[in-house]
Design a protein around this ligand. Structure first.
Ligand SMILES: NC(=O)C1=CN([C@@H]2O[C@H](COP(=O)(O)OP(=O)(O)OC[C@H]3O[C@@H](n4cnc5c(N)ncnc54)[C@H](OP(=O)(O)O)[C@@H]3O)[C@@H](O)[C@H]2O)C=CC1
Ligand SMILES: O=CCCC(=O)O
Length: 341
């Protein structure tokens, strides 16, 4: 089946899971999607949906809710995850399962991948029994993992060599936006695949950017997360400094939230950081990975990034304290430990 060939009807109630068997394939329809923002948190508001078979590889913090939102919207979803038990909740909701990325890709029209890092993204796409082995003309591969430019280009080459199409589409937005279908997609690659999967992106996200050639999506994502990592490190310093000089850090968080440097991240994470609580939405190890990759990107064009480099060191210290799987806001612990030296 050609990628852009089919769409399924709107489902009447977003809270009711609709068995995939009730959404048979339909003949070719022309694409007529909204061009940018979507109301994807309300699956029932979607006018058009892709009804080809959708594969999803990688069901971690982000992948699981993204795949679930596709299912809620009535898509025919096949899942795979390295640790099989993470597939079970989706299988219980009606997802199909295949035992390798290759088999998922072979059985689906478009396959999404949401993997930890460059190594896992390459392995799952290009390794033994990887997705590329199951790809071919008429299929598409959409990698939504956060990776560096060269990784994305490598995966693109492997996928394109099979005759399939490739789109990189890393996301801005964390666990809650993933659950709410409010992600921001930073896409680049085959425009025809972008057009074909636009309805799927709109189920999982609130907006999407098409940035041209492969690598631009990865680069945009790394720049955004480089800024975010530095912001969080700086915020951590502020919280600790305010405390040390006798201020109430909760008041600092409130003051920041009302001024020009206000950011949702500060209001969201600040109160728990003050309590030394770091419920994981974005694992610290992934933030450090993104800073590392962003520094590599900067070096590749001789751009000076001293703030990001300093922030990266702090996340490395936090990792060495065993905080890799905590939320990235736990970076504040590295500063606490430092100040106690
Ligand atoms: N969490 C967030 O807020 C956001 C994360 N991201 C990015 O999205 C990606 C996923 O993040 P997130 O869901 O939080 O991460 P998780 O750590 O929760 O999930 C990582 C996924 O990658 C899989 N994986 C790891 N190593 C391998 C491997 N060697 N082979 C096969 N699969 C592997 C894991 O499988 P298993 O279950 O077996 O370990 C799991 O499915 C990362 O690139 C991250 O930077 C982007 C935006 C926001
Ligand atoms: O890569 C993670 C991004 C987290 C976010 O955008 O809130």
């Amino acid at each position: 089946m050609a990628l852009s060939s089919t769409f399924c009807p709107r489902i009447p109630n977003k809270f009711r899971y609709t068995p995939i068997s009730s959404f048979p394939s339909k003949p070719l329809l022309s694409l007529s999607f909204r061009t940018f923002a979507s109301l994807a948190s309300d699956a029932s508001s979607q006018a058009d949906k892709f009804s080809g078979r959708v594969g999803f590889l990688g069901l971690g913090i982000m992948g699981a809710p993204m795949a679930q939102n596709l299912m809620k919207a009535g898509c025919d979803v096949t899942v795979w995850n390295r640790t099989k038990s993470k597939c079970d909740p989706l299988i219980n909701l009606g997802a199909k399962y295949q035992s390798s990325p290759e088999e998922v890709a072979a059985n689906c029209d478009v396959t999404f991948a949401m993997l930890a890092d460059p190594e896992s993204a390459i392995d799952v796409a290009c390794g033994k029994n990887g997705a590329a082995s199951g790809m071919g003309p008429g299929k598409g591969y959409v990698d939504v993992s956060t990776v560096d430019v060269s990784t994305s280009k490598l995966i693109n080459e492997h996928i394109k060599a099979t005759g399939a199409l490739f789109l990189e589409a890393p996301v801005s937005g964390s666990k809650k936006p993933a659950e709410d279908g409010q992600l921001i997609f930073l896409t680049a690659g085959d425009k025809s695949l972008y057009d074909s999967v636009a309805a799927l992106l709109d189920i999982m996200g609130k907006s999407r950017f098409y940035l041209g050639e492969v690598g631009n999506g990865a680069a945009m994502k790394l720049v955004v997360n480089m800024i975010m990592g530095s912001m969080m490190a700086s915020f951590s310093e502020g919280i600790l400094l305010s405390k040390k000089v006798g201020l109430d850090p909760n008041v600092l968080v409130e003051v920041v939230s009302q001024g020009a440097i206000s950011a949702p991240m500060y209001s969201l994470k600040g109160p728990s950081m003050v309590k030394s609580l770091y419920p994981t939405a974005f694992p610290l190890k992934h933030q450090q990975k993104d800073l590392r990759l962003a520094l590599g990107l900067a070096e590749s064009v001789s751009q000076s990034t001293p703030i990001a480099a300093a922030a990266n060191e702090l996340y490395k210290v936090a990792k060495s304290y065993g905080l890799s799987d905590e939320d990235f806001s736990a970076v504040i612990e590295a500063l606490k430990a430092k100040s106690q030296d």
